[in-house]
Ligand binder design. Structure first.
Ligand SMILES: [Ca+2]
Ligand SMILES: [Ca+2]
Length: 117
């Protein structure tokens, strides 16, 4: 006798708990609608669609924040455009990191040019 497992429900719950890892390492959950998901540049990793262009490096290679995979608008008003020195960001850093006496941009513009939050 063949049993039919309701795998969709199980996968959905597992996926909802895996937002921690940048660019989930596991397979794309088949049970999620494709519009909720976006592939990273290496195609093996994926993120939730709302993680695109949120300023955070979710894919690990910034492909969720930078072209060619993603066309993101310029930094939001609360962000400063520079080349970050920290892995977490891609082309903008939160202005809360400006004027804090710690280098967050490769050209130090967060400390010398950015007016602050
Ligand atoms: Ca992101
Ligand atoms: Ca800083």
């Amino acid at each position: 006798m063949n049993k039919i497992f309701a795998q969709g429900d199980v996968n959905l719950k597992a996926a909802a708990g895996t937002r921690v890892l940048p660019g989930g390492e596991e397979d794309v959950p088949q049970s999620l609608p494709s519009f909720l998901l976006a592939h990273c540049g290496d195609r093996a990793s994926w993120i939730y669609s709302d993680q695109k262009c949120d300023g955070i490096n979710n894919c690990g290679d910034c492909s969720d924040e930078l072209s060619p995979v993603t066309a993101c608008p310029p930094c939001d008003p609360g962000w400063w455009h520079c080349s970050p020195t920290v892995f977490q960001y891609c082309s903008c850093i939160p202005r809360t990191l400006c004027q804090d006496h710690v280098q967050h941009c490769s050209d130090w513009s967060d400390e010398y040019s950015c007016p602050g939050p």
